[in-house]
Design a protein around this ligand. Structure first.
Ligand code: ZN
Length: 441
């Protein structure tokens, strides 16, 4: 008897997966996303072209806990023209050029009058910053500091052809039902305009993980949420209050494409099964960083608010804010690497495999070791040191299969990778030496 999903960890990440995820990032990159509006909607439609995502709309004005769904923002064009009629700041060249959620404006003003509306990065003079003004009606432009310094005195025409109207906030959701109603939540924010690592990389990796899971047997149900940061997660939580009790494990995905090493940020609980699973996988895959929970960052802030306290950690490569390109025009398509995207997908595959396969077993021969040799499970040559770590894994698994330890416990205590213990348990079950006890932790 073989448990379902045995083979996920054995499923290789296809050689072209990184390139295909990068192409998806490139497809999404030009869209001017925001926390509401058509850029967000088109992004969800492109995800829905790959996985059976359901898109939901929450009307403007809907109260969601302490917040209210804001007006919908859409934008056609924005620019600043100099006296010669040249676009010295141009939304069509980069959608970062306008402060996201800017109110409409059409005004002529001097450089001195315009200057407080212009945002640049003096310490990164070639890059355009990403700025937003979601909850205070305002407008402004972003440009490189080099370009700002090159602006001559004179009269400028500032135009933002945007609308802020009653509409709705969109989010996308995919529930893949498993054998149980217990859920694994995978959440990625979908509100940033042309920024590749934060968070198109997270969207791409989440979408490809969903693709991998679509046809796989699943013990858990998997719920993928693509929502605008903060307000989208809050709106999602407000609509799913009771259902969130089914969430056993969760991950917020962001910044998964840069060249840096992976980082795991623990859930608010700190010692949740997802924390143990993620840290175990990262430890055995190589160099990585670990961060404690903090109420800063992405939507783990909402999932980890005290009223919910969901076991949701966060996986990134270089964490948000810890790379210079963060929230600037340098977070572009070249900053995101296909090999990093593929590695991130591999990490998630391994974490999911741990969650799916972690279970408590009981040895059918608890009084002394069962004789493995007569079952062909043990080297016939005595006296040598252990060469085959499957044998080591068999002995550890048999010893700790006492109805109290799960396979992840055994992996941690033995120092062996979970996958070894999973394989050992499968072999022992095939030989009738192990029996399930209590199922999933
Ligand atoms: Zn961000």
């Amino acid at each position: 008897m073989t448990a379902p999903f045995r083979d996920l960890a054995d499923t290789p990440i296809p050689a072209d997966a990184g390139a295909r995820m990068h192409a998806f990032v490139a497809e999404l990159y030009p869209l001017c996303r925001s926390i509401t509006g058509d850029g967000l909607r088109r992004t969800l439609a492109l995800i829905a072209a790959r996985i059976p995502l359901e898109v939901r709309e929450v009307p403007t004005g809907t109260p969601v806990f302490d917040w209210t769904v804001p007006r919908e923002w859409n934008i056609e064009d924005a620019y600043v023209k100099n006296a010669k009629g040249e676009r010295v700041i141009d939304f069509r060249a980069s959608n970062l050029a306008v402060v996201n959620y800017s109110a409409p404006v059409s005004a002529r003003m001097t450089l001195a009058e315009l200057r407080p509306r212009l945002h640049s990065l003096p310490d990164k003079p070639g890059w355009i910053p990403y700025r937003t003004s979601y909850y205070k009606e305002d407008w402004g432009f972003c440009l490189s500091h080099e370009r700002l310094l090159a602006l001559e005195e004179g009269t400028y025409e500032a135009v933002i052809e945007s609308t802020l109207e009653a509409g709705s906030l969109s989010y996308g959701e995919l529930l893949l039902r498993g054998e149980t109603d217990d859920e694994v939540l995978i959440s990625a924010h979908a509100c940033h305009p042309s920024l590749a690592n934060d968070n198109l990389a997270g969207i791409a990796v989440a979408t490809f993980l969903a693709e991998m899971l679509l046809d796989a047997p699943r013990r858990y149900s998997y719920r993928f949420v693509f929502a605008p940061g903060t307000i989208g997660a809050i709106a999602w939580l407000a609509a799913h209050g009771d259902e969130t009790r089914r969430i056993r494990h969760g991950l917020v995905l962001a910044c998964l494409g840069d060249a840096g090493r992976p980082h795991y940020k623990k859930s608010r609980r700190g010692g949740a099964a997802i924390d143990r699973a993620a840290l175990h996988v990262l430890k055995h895959r190589g160099d990585h960083g670990v961060r404690e929970f903090s109420p800063l960052g992405y939507d783990e802030r909402q999932y980890g608010s005290p009223g919910f306290d969901l076991p949701v950690g966060s996986l990134t490569r270089t964490p948000n804010g810890a790379y210079p390109e963060y929230h600037t025009s340098a977070d572009d398509l070249a900053f995101v690497r296909p090999e990093s995207l593929a590695d991130s997908l591999g990490i998630l595959r391994d974490i999911v495999s741990v969650l799916e396969n972690d279970a408590v077993y009981r040895s059918t021969n608890p009084f002394c070791e069962p004789q493995l040799g007569k079952r062909g499970l043990y080297s016939a040559i005595g006296g040598r040191t252990f060469q085959d770590d499957l044998e080591v894994a068999l002995l550890w698994t048999l010893n700790l299969a006492d109805g109290a330890h799960g396979l992840l416990d055994i992996a941690e205590r033995s120092g062996l990778p979970f996958d070894r213990i999973r394989r050992a348990a499968a072999v022992l079950r095939e030989h009738g030496l192990l029996t399930p006890d209590g199922g999933a932790q």
